[in-house]
Design a protein around this ligand. Structure first.
Ligand code: ADP
Length: 475
């Protein structure tokens, strides 16, 4: 009963005309769309189906005659309105399996459908045109922005000479860094708009895989070492020496994930792994993992990550910066390379971003791969961190590993203060604060004093708090 009712409700709201008639041709139900299109009020019920489709149904004494074959097939018919004007329809007339001698006719106004299709086509074309205009605008603006930024950069680099005092050199370095950051943002916006407009093409060519990883490592090692983070890279022996792929874009994806890992990790290490997971003829699937021991991501936020302009929350973007485009670009690039990108993460424990891509292998590599079966490539960690040091031990206040890392960060912090690099001093301060989580209250108080003194750039108070902390760490 309930089912029947919901069926009627469904038909009543349908955009297509629905008519139900019986073996004698009498219409027993007409939905709102049918009554409106055929220009009847309620009295459509009780009429003969031949009044609506006179070319298809001829009224007879005991019902109707028709050549129409009932069933799912769509037929072009002519429907007549009450005032005897007509219009073409696409109709399906079924004989109901549930009650014999009952027929259901569903019909669409072809002219209206054609009109709607034309409208949809026009809207589509307008949207495509708007997208084209937008991407051309973005391409022009980013190009125009890049020119002055590179102009500033070039001039700043020419200004360096031995006669400059320390303060001026620091300012020039800051301008240089700002220009580099600006260039990164401009490039991201340009890539993003090209990807969105479907105008992005990959440029695959043969390259040396491990050299590419070395290059990625060399781009990040300074910042990682500066932060005191361990960095490990492993490549499984099955990955060939040379592959055919878009090297620049693979570097971009890895670089983005490693930059994020570095940005959101203050204690511990970052590990990069590359393995071969499948081969079909001359194509192989490579699987990469970038793992960190940083702030992690809430389950609820994981869905947002790969959307454009999405950052987990405003406080994160304030603290760490960024445009929220990086992961979306990575996702689109990975998908262009026939793969997927995923994240696994636990708040305050760390994150693992993994992705797969399909690349080509050269003929000579296919033959050589058997000889490399037992070879393992392992990139040595930087001298500051040892793999045997567990991150848990480093985080736990009072362990030898924790004190060692604390001393390390404090000496870097004081160096930054002496160089008046307050931004970096605050970064190391943040790590010191994390490393003293769970410390006795008096230690917490000194750490807070040190933090406030750094924020106020008060050299004397910094020195006092620093010495107090030093005494606690070197009793
Ligand atoms: P952005 O350039 O702003 O970093 P991304 O698209 O690369 O943009 O990252 C979007 C957001 O995802 C970041 O703002 C951060 O909240 C989160 N995120 C990305 N990588 C990590 C990571 N390794 N650990 C914790 N959060 C991350």
């Amino acid at each position: 009963m309930a089912e029947g009712k919901s069926g009627i409700f469904f038909m009543e709201d349908a955009l297509e005309m629905v008519l139900v008639f019986d073996g004698s041709g009498i219409i027993s139900y007409a939905n709102a769309a049918a009554m409106k299109k055929l220009e009847y009020d309620k009295e459509l019920c009780g009429r003969h189906i031949g009044d609506v489709f006179p070319n298809t149904f001829r009224q007879t004494e005991d019902g109707f005659e028709t050549e129409h074959i009932f069933g799912d097939e769509i037929k072009n018919l002519v429907a007549y309105r009450r005032n005897l004007t007509c219009f073409p329809v696409e109709a399906r007339i079924l004989d109901s399996r549930e009650s014999a001698g009952t027929y259901i006719c569903m019909a669409n106004d072809i002219l209206e459908k054609e009109f709607l299709n034309k409208e949809i086509e026009q809207v589509k074309q307008e949207a495509q045109q708007a997208l084209k205009v937008k991407s051309e605008f973005v391409a022009n603006v980013t190009h125009e922005l890049r020119t002055p930024v590179n102009g500033i950069l070039g001039n700043v680099r020419e200004m360096y000479d031995d006669s400059l005092d320390g303060r001026t050199v620091r300012s020039l370095k800051l301008i240089e860094r700002c220009c580099d950051d600006m260039n990164k943002i401009i490039n991201n916006i340009l890539d993003f708009s090209k990807l969105e407009a479907g105008k992005f093409t990959l440029e695959p060519r043969k390259f040396h895989f491990r050299n590419m990883l070395d290059y990625v490592k060399s781009n990040h090692i300074n910042k990682l070492t500066e932060k005191g983070l361990g960095f490990f890279m492993t490549v499984s022996p099955q990955v060939p020496e040379h592959i055919i792929g878009d090297e620049l874009r693979i570097v971009q994806i890895l670089g983005n994930l490693i930059s994020n890992a570095q940005k959101f990790t203050s204690i511990g290490k970052i590990t990069v792994e590359a393995v071969k997971t499948a081969q079909v003829n001359d194509k192989i699937e490579l699987f990469f993992m970038v793992k960190d021991t940083g702030i992690g991501i809430d389950d609820a936020d994981k869905d947002k990550l790969f959307r454009s302009f999405s950052q987990v929350d405003a406080s994160i973007s304030r603290k760490y910066g960024g445009t929220g485009l990086g992961l979306n670009i990575c996702k689109q690039l990975v998908e262009l390379m026939g793969g997927r990108i995923e994240v696994e993460s636990e708040k305050n424990k760390g994150s693992t971003f993994s992705f797969s891509i399909w690349v080509g292998v050269c003929e000579e590599e296919e033959n050589a791969s058997f000889q490399k079966e037992s070879q393992t490539v392992f990139e040595a960690p930087p001298p500051l961190a040892g793999e045997e040091e567990s991150v848990e031990d480093i985080r736990k206040y009072g362990t030898p590993q924790n004190f060692k890392t604390l001393r390390n960060n404090l000496s870097k912090l004081i160096l930054c203060v002496e160089m008046e690099n307050w931004e970096k001093a605050e970064m190391f301060m943040e790590t010191v604060r994390e490393l003293t989580n769970g410390a006795p209250r008096e230690v917490g108080r000194v750490v807070l004093r040190l933090k406030m003194a750094i924020q106020k750039e008060n050299y004397d108070k910094i020195t006092t708090a620093f010495e107090e902390l030093n005494q606690i760490l070197n009793p």
